[in-house]
Design a protein around this ligand. Structure first.
Ligand SMILES: Nc1nc2c(ncn2[C@@H]2O[C@H](COP(=O)(O)OP(=O)(O)OP(=O)(O)O)[C@@H](O)[C@H]2O)c(=O)[nH]1
Ligand SMILES: [Mg+2]
Length: 382
């Protein structure tokens, strides 16, 4: 009989099953509190925005719908049967287009209306920012889209009225073909409106939506102070970095998978020294992220005086006070970046907030300490 020890020795080595990944929840008191307060997941999400069908597909579907219409054998009179067939075919074609357009717009509007607070603001502010940058407002885009649908319906009605006047079988066929062409031409004439709405929907669908349940560290600071450089040095994020202000114009997410948990790092557009009601939509995005997400703030300052006039060190310290006051009690970390450069003589060292971490991504000063501090901020001792 085969001995058991021999059998065990000849079995292929099998790894013991891996323990389930440790997904420890974040524990910072404020964040934990937020977690208990968290609203149930919103009824809709930007990810639910309908995948708008393009013009070519809609035309194909309309053509198929019109092909399904057959002459009614119960109409005995051949000329009348042909005229009726022509009107019904045109009607099916135009209806297919107009119903598809109406339904797409309806779902789009209802998803936008029911977004949870952060996504709602994200959508609104992004659209407002796009408009400020020379784009058209969503209302204008929607209006054009609606005009397109109405024009298609009108063209369909005119063509069916015309087809109903057919005087012979050949005439009915000709009027039917002319009618279908007229609806198609009208659709194509306004097709830009559909394309524009599809582009807008695409932009909204691609907006960064933080993974639910994972804390977010939002980097806040004035323009050009080095926020994106820190996101890039500490997370999977690969934001654009440039030596001029307002490089970052939208929210961007990076991820960190620590030894005991995961969190997200959010890069943001710079905020300027001004009152809340003067803020533009780009700054609104930054503050909406802090406001609505289970977020901790990493306030980034460049006190070397090399970030440009708009981000003079004293202004940065002032904005810090303003933001800190607005989000009192929020987990908070002060970071002085570009620590490879000397302090601006304008800055009184005593005015630098206690506990500020000095970091340089250029000389690799304290980047590892920053990573640990960020992990601790969200409760992951990393
Ligand atoms: N000397 C030095 N320069 C740095 C450091 N970190 C960033 N910079 C430079 O500062 C400039 C701005 O960096 P960004 O990371 O784009 O700054 P930002 O705050 O994201 O800028 P905006 O997106 O425009 O608000 C770039 O030229 C960086 O190379 C640093 O530690 N030391
Ligand atoms: Mg940036």
């Amino acid at each position: 009989m085969m001995r058991l020890s021999w059998l065990v020795a000849t079995l292929p080595l099998r790894r013991p099953p891996l323990p389930p990944p440790q997904c420890r929840r974040f524990v910072h008191p404020w964040l934990a509190h937020q977690e208990t307060l968290r609203e149930p997941a919103g009824p809709s999400s930007l990810g639910n925005l309908p995948d708008f069908k393009g013009g070519t597909r809609l035309l194909k579907e309309a053509y198929k719908a019109s092909q399904l219409v057959t002459p009614n054998p119960r109409i005995a009179h051949a000329k009348k049967r042909a005229a009726k067939h022509a009107t019904q075919k045109i009607d099916a074609y135009a209806q297919s287009l107009s119903v598809a357009l109406r339904e797409q717009l309806k779902v789009f509007r209802s998803v936008l209306r029911d977004l949870p607070p952060f996504e709602g603001q994200l959508a609104t502010l992004t659209l407002a920012a796009l408009e400020r940058e020379g784009g058209r407002s969503l209302r204008e885009v929607e209006n054009d889209f609606d005009l397109m649908r109405r024009a298609v319906v009108r063209a369909g009605k005119e063509a069916t009225a015309d087809a109903s006047k057919a005087t012979s079988l050949i005439d009915a066929k000709e009027r039917m073909e002319a009618g279908l062409t007229s609806v198609e031409d009208t659709f194509n004439e306004h097709r830009g409106a559909l394309d524009e709405l599809i582009t807008t929907v695409g932009k909204l669908r691609r907006l960064p939506r933080p993974v639910g349940g994972e804390p977010v560290l939002v980097l806040v600071g004035m323009p050009n102070v080095g926020k994106s450089s820190l996101v890039s040095a500490t997370s999977t994020g690969t934001p654009e970095i440039n030596d001029y202000p307002f490089t970052t114009r939208r929210l961007k997410l990076g991820h960190v998978i620590g030894t005991a948990g995961r969190y997200q790092v959010m890069d943001t557009p710079g905020v300027l020294a001004r009152t809340e009601d003067e803020r533009n939509p780009m700054e609104g995005l930054t503050l909406a992220a802090v406001e609505h997400l289970p977020s901790a703030v990493v306030y980034v300052m460049d006190l070397s005086g090399t970030s440009g006039k708009q981000s003079a060190p004293l202004l940065q310290l002032g904005v810090r006070e303003q933001v800190r006051e607005r989000y009192a009690g929020r987990p908070w970390l002060d970071v002085r970046t570009k620590a490879d450069l000397p302090l601006d003589p304008e800055v009184d060292p005593a005015a630098i907030p206690a506990g500020t971490l000095e970091v340089s991504v250029i000389d690799d000063i304290n980047v590892d300490v920053l990573q640990r501090s960020m992990a601790q901020l969200v409760g992951d001792e990393g």
